[in-house]
Design a protein around this ligand. Structure first.
Ligand code: CA
Ligand code: CA
Ligand code: CA
Length: 863
């Protein structure tokens, strides 16, 4: 609540009317969910323009309010002089963009919702108002279920009514939106501020703050705090009872009053990791340095997380200065907690940073309310709300459904990924110096994820090579002769060329080409390092392409064309991996917001899911050897079986596991393949096997099943390979034990010899367990059978083209050097240049937008 010298409702109203000279421009309410909140065209949020009183009603329709007023504060020094543009009880802003007529009705608050008609005045005006968010076709973009937009500026010195400093020359594009379609969002309103420096001077030591005077019902019994783990400041009732009636005629909440949270979901400092850089709290009537700032300088100190007399907040529990006062936990009583309830104000700030003339930056604020079983439990509920919305949400996302990521995989389904140590990249010496920084920044952005580790290899910056034979360098190249070099049209912005080991999915060489002469309908479109609205921003494009390098595919929305698949869901336009790009776009430079591993969403979740799923793509294999003299002597098959098994072990991937049964007691339990040592261990075991031993083939199959049951990884595929012809000389019979296996995860892979009477039985066993049957002439083809099984397990369909594809050659291929791409061709020679494909178009399709992803995920084999 505002501090007035004389608390008098009539006077409040008069002051309010005086302050809001643009009253007639038409404030609007955002009221699509449980929050009903006023928004005025000059940046004042929540305050009721008609009464001058609190104007965030929650729950909607009950006449109780939780926020008196809120708004953006911009503070900086310009040529050494402190300047602040703020909205508090008054506002320093005028309607419209810098230089526009502040009385123009065009700059009223515009509101659209799902029920808005295309003929509505706000809808029509929206399309031509600078900065109003638009869809790809130029139509107004509804974010959430109701979206409000306004643009205002502080350039008029006479407009500065809040703190009366000289203007900054700030222009603010304010988008307020809310959802009514998910429980997580029903008590949340989002406010996005895009702030432009429209002056001719650099703003130094700039801070952006979201200021608010939250009042939980009755204003004079509230407390505040900061939750450092959540970048959230909050206001709660000081006791468990908020007076229902009081002298000020402000309805209270009664028992178990709610709490109000304000969070910076996105700060202005994208690289800083933490969105809020400081907070400040002060009290109505507290007096310097505890009360309302008297001027711009005092306000600027509060924005920096220091008190208005330029002294630090000191945590009484530690004796240390802090930029985050009151960041203890009122629920547990730990740390520095607010006391002596009163009417508090709060700031949550991002900064300091410099903003050059023409530059802009953006912050995203969430305002939310929660009510628990007590005043303190309301804080817990507030945290729950924050956690839920943070999971679902991101910087400016418009929808909250769909997986929001596509993981590129080998044909057998293994995610493309880098080894744990990460990889290096290099940059073409021809790349302009300012653009190189965008590429470095893109790699740094992805490297912030714990799964990824990219480092610059400057020694290879001499290479301009793109494509051709893999050279082990992840090249970033600047291509002038675009179509000749890349083979794609001249309206493609960039392409990534991805090579990987098709056996294990490990990426091996990814080259990214940037089109130096990108054209739109034949007209050149330049590159920029600063988000210039007429150019392509390099960091924006590079971060997207490095997403492909990291194993992610493009995302689209419904209606974006045939590259869309339903798994992509909707609302993907804020993702880095969204396959379209606009001129001047910079949002792909930061990854989609995400914190909770239990509920993955977005770019970051894509990487996490990718790496988490690697371990579960393993195969558990049990080899079962027939010990009968029929198998070893009559068919001469025991020793060839051992050799085939040893060959198989060479091919196993990290995280695959293998066990061996050579009698009912001679058993090697699962060995997980970790490295060549584990492979050698298993190979040595197999090489030492001898025929004979107790247990017929049926008993050994039962033993194998018990190994699966006791130790099989439930996330892995279970494959049992039978080295037997299937001829039986005693009970139990295979047909006796098969029912115990049928219907389990176990797949049995069998071999039938031409001359064996049991080859049909072997075929049935494979068929009934979803395994595979391989007919063979004799024991010399056991190796072929096992290789066939392995490639089948990897999901590969082998096409025999010529004698060149022989198992002898395959046996000689050292792990993991075999480059095989399933389902296509064998090209002769042992090394197949696997997995080349064009990924991630981003190309111009005409009209207003960059249309991406145009090239299919087809395979382009490089000759
Ligand atoms: Ca209260
Ligand atoms: Ca207050
Ligand atoms: Ca390369």
């Amino acid at each position: 609540m505002r501090k007035f010298f004389n608390i008098n409702l009539i006077l409040i109203t008069l002051i309010s009317l005086t302050a809001y000279t643009d009253f007639t421009l038409g404030q609007k309410k955002i009221d699509v969910n449980n929050i009903s909140m006023w928004v005025n065209s000059r940046g004042v949020i929540a305050r009721d323009p008609f009464t001058g009183n609190a104007g965030l009603e929650w729950p909607k329709g009950q006449g109780k309010t939780a926020v008196f007023a809120a708004g953006l504060w911009i503070g900086a020094t310009v040529n050494g002089e402190t300047r602040v543009a703020a909205t508090a009880y008054g506002t320093d802003f005028r309607n419209g963009p810098v230089g526009s007529d502040p009385n123009s009705q065009n700059y009223r608050v515009l509101s659209i919702s799902s029920s808005t008609l295309t003929t509505d005045a706000d809808y029509m005006q929206w399309k031509v108002t600078p900065g109003a968010p638009l869809n790809n076709d130029g139509s107004p973009q509804l974010i959430g279920d109701q979206t409000l937009y306004s643009v205002y500026n502080d350039a008029d010195p006479t407009g500065h009514q809040a703190f009366r400093t000289q203007p900054l020359g700030a222009e603010v594009h304010q988008t307020v939106y809310a959802y009514n379609n998910s429980p997580e969002f029903n008590n949340v309103v989002f406010v996005k501020y895009k702030v432009f420096n429209k002056s001719n001077s650099t703003w130094n030591k700039t801070f952006l703050s979201f200021w608010n005077d939250s009042d939980v019902g009755y204003p004079f019994d509230d407390l505040v705090g900061f939750d450092a783990a959540r970048d959230m400041e909050y206001t709660y009732n000081g006791t468990d009872f908020d007076p229902l009636t009081n002298n000020y005629n402000i309805p209270g909440y009664g028992s178990a009053p709610p709490a109000v949270g304000m969070a910076l979901l996105k700060g202005a400092l994208s690289s800083a990791g933490k969105n809020s850089q400081s907070t400040s709290f002060y009290t109505n009537g507290g007096g310097n340095p505890y009360g309302d700032p008297a001027n711009g300088q005092e306000a600027y100190y509060f924005m920096q997380g220091i008190r208005s007399n330029n002294t630090p907040y000191v945590d009484p529990t530690t004796g240390q200065a802090t930029l985050f006062p009151l960041s203890g936990d009122p629920v547990t009583g730990a740390g520095w907690i607010d006391s002596n309830p009163g009417d508090r104000r709060s700031l949550i700030s991002s900064g300091p940073f410099d903003l050059a003339p023409g530059d802009s930056t953006e912050i995203l604020v969430a305002i939310f309310v929660a009510r628990g079983t007590t005043n303190l439990n309301s804080i817990t509920k507030l945290r729950d709300t924050y956690d839920a919305l943070k999971n679902l949400f991101v910087t400016g996302a418009t929808k909250a459904y769909g997986n929001h990521y596509i993981i590129n995989r080998t044909n057998s389904g293994i995610p493309l990924h880098w080894p744990a140590q990460g990889t290096t990249y290099s940059i073409d010496p021809q790349l302009p110096a300012d653009l190189r920084e965008g590429i470095h920044a893109g790699f740094s952005t992805w490297s912030q994820l714990p799964q990824l580790n990219y480092t610059h290899n400057a020694a290879n910056d001499i290479s301009s090579k793109w494509g051709g034979d893999p050279d082990g360098i992840n090249n970033n190249v600047w291509v002038q002769d675009w179509t000749t070099i890349t083979g794609v049209p001249d309206n493609v912005i960039a392409v990534a060329r991805v090579r990987y080991n098709a056996i294990n999915g490990e990426l091996s060489d990814v080259d990214i080409a940037y089109n130096a002469n990108i054209k739109n309908n034949g007209i050149p479109v330049g590159w920029a390092a600063d988000g210039n609205p007429d150019n392509l921003d390099m960091q924006n494009v590079a971060t997207h392409e490095i997403g492909h390098l990291s194993g992610l595919g493009d995302l689209y929305n419904p209606g974006d064309g045939e590259t869309y698949v339903p798994a992509m869901g909707d609302g993907n336009e804020e993702m880095t991996m969204y396959g379209k790009i606009k001129k001047g776009e910079t949002k792909k430079s930061s990854l989609f917001f995400y914190t909770d591993p239990a509920n993955p969403q977005g770019d970051v979740a894509g990487i996490e899911t990718l790496y988490n799923s690697l371990a579960s793509d393993g195969i558990d294999i049990v080899l079962v050897f027939d010990g009968s003299s029929n198998y070893s002597s009559n068919y001469g098959a025991f020793e060839p079986s051992k050799r085939a098994a040893v060959g198989l072990v060479s091919k196993l991937r990290v995280n695959d596991r293998i066990a061996v049964v050579n009698s009912s007691t001679n058993v090697l339990d699962f060995v997980k393949i970790v490295d060549d040592n584990s492979r050698t261990q298993v190979k040595n075991y197999i090489s030492a096997l001898t025929s004979g031993g107790d247990g017929n083939i049926a008993q050994r199959i039962t033993k194998a099943q018990s190994i699966f049951t006791a130790g099989g990884n439930p996330n892995n595929r279970w494959a049992e390979i039978l080295f037997t012809t299937g001829e039986e000389f005693s009970s139990p019979r295979i047909s006796d034990v098969l029912p115990n296996i049928k219907g389990t995860k176990t797949e049995i892979y069998t071999i039938g010899f031409n001359s064996s009477i049991s080859k049909d039985l072997m075929s049935v066993v494979a068929d009934q367990t979803n395994g595979m049957y391989h007919p063979a002439v004799d024991a010399t083809q056991i190796v072929d059978a096992v290789n066939n099984f392995w490639y089948h397990l990897l999901g590969m369909q082998i096409v025999y083209l010529s004698e060149a594809f022989s198992t002898k050659q395959l046996e000689n291929v050292p792990y993991p050097g075999l480059y095989w791409q399933g389902g296509l061709y064998w090209q002769g020679g042992l090394y197949w240049q696997g997995g080349l494909y064009w990924q991630g178009g981003l190309y111009w399709q005409g009209g207003l937008y960059w249309q991406g992803g145009g090239l299919e995920l087809g395979l382009y084999w490089q000759g």
